[in-house]
Design a protein around this ligand. Structure first.
Ligand SMILES: Nc1ncnc2c1ncn2[C@@H]1O[C@H](COP(=O)(O)OP(=O)(O)OP(=O)(O)O)[C@@H](O)[C@H]1O
Ligand SMILES: [Mg+2]
Length: 265
């Protein structure tokens, strides 16, 4: 299993608000890394740092072993870092097909013909082929989420950053999103997935990382992390905050476990 993205000791502050103090992790090819943490923990900031939208104060960031710390958003998109939040909301007056085509032509620089082929591949993945002529503005929330994922896929990313794509959906709709993410994962794309929906983290990820107090304080198998006292502590604000009390299980596993990647149902 090869590492596609590595972040080391990332820190970023806004004035006196030290949002990320030291965040380190690696992401394997075809791995889904879930990210949880309370509101305001810095999860979206972290994705913005990876996408190049925000510049961290310090740290190291590499993509397939290449230092990308100084790369712009456009450079990162070109080498294969795609995200849902970075793409504008779908243009409501354009069709589903046209929205995806725009992503492939302008986001990826494909010719219109190559972009058309790419869009059809994406439709197979996201299950929107039958709605390709529908206006985006008429789509249900689930279909709009599908389309947003599709637009991010237009640039053929090797790393996909998902920020709350399951938010606001019913349980059965969340299952649809889980299937789409699993398909993307099996195509070899590494995925970082921020979500508050428990079901997605438990069933759709290979590892889960807990971000709180500016650090990734826990990272490991989804069931272990979700059942951990640290998660309870952070979400309910009940427990000890003394760093010495933190269990060490997870800091040891900022990297994916061998054999843990690529075999997730
Ligand atoms: N561009 C910015 N300028 C100044 N402060 C910012 C900026 N972006 C984020 N912040 C601050 O960083 C902190 C973390 O915000 P962030 O949006 O990353 O939280 P989050 O973990 O994604 O929360 P949520 O679960 O609610 O989406 C917040 O205090 C927020 O106000
Ligand atoms: Mg957020």
């Amino acid at each position: 299993m090869s590492i596609v993205l590595a972040a080391e000791d990332i820190a970023i502050s806004f004035g006196s608000n030290h949002v990320l103090k030291s965040v380190s992790f690696v992401l394997g090819e075809g791995e889904v890394l879930g990210v949880i943490g309370p509101n305001g923990a810095g999860k979206t900031v972290m994705l913005n740092v990876i996408a190049g939208i925000l510049k961290p104060d310090k740290g190291r960031l590499s993509f397939r072993g290449q230092d990308i710390f100084r790369y712009s958003v456009a450079q990162r998109a070109r080498i294969g870092i795609g995200c849902t939040f970075q793409i504008p909301r779908p243009f409501s007056h354009m069709t589903v097909y046209e929205n995806c085509l725009v992503g492939a032509v302008f986001g990826c620089g494909l010719s219109e013909r190559a972009a058309g082929r790419r869009v059809h591949e994406i439709f197979d993945l996201i299950g929107l082929a039958h709605k390709k002529r529908d206006f985006a503005g008429k789509l249900s929330l689930l279909d709009r989420k599908r389309l947003e994922i599709g637009m991010a896929l237009a640039s053929e990313p090797k790393v996909l950053l998902l920020d709350e794509v399951a938010g606001g959906l019913t349980e059965s709709e969340v299952t649809e999103i889980l299937k789409i993410v699993a398909h993307i994962k099996y195509s070899g794309v590494g995925i970082i997935w921020i979500e508050h929906v428990l079901q997605t983290m438990l069933h759709g990820t290979d590892r889960v990382m807990l971000l709180a107090e500016g650090e990734n304080i826990l990272c490991g198998p989804p069931d272990e992390v979700m059942a951990s006292p640290e998660v309870e502590m952070v979400y309910l604000g009940v427990a000890e905050k003394a760093p010495g009390k933190r269990r060490k299980i997870a800091l040891a596993s900022i990297a994916p476990a061998e054999g843990n990647v690529g075999n997730h149902e």
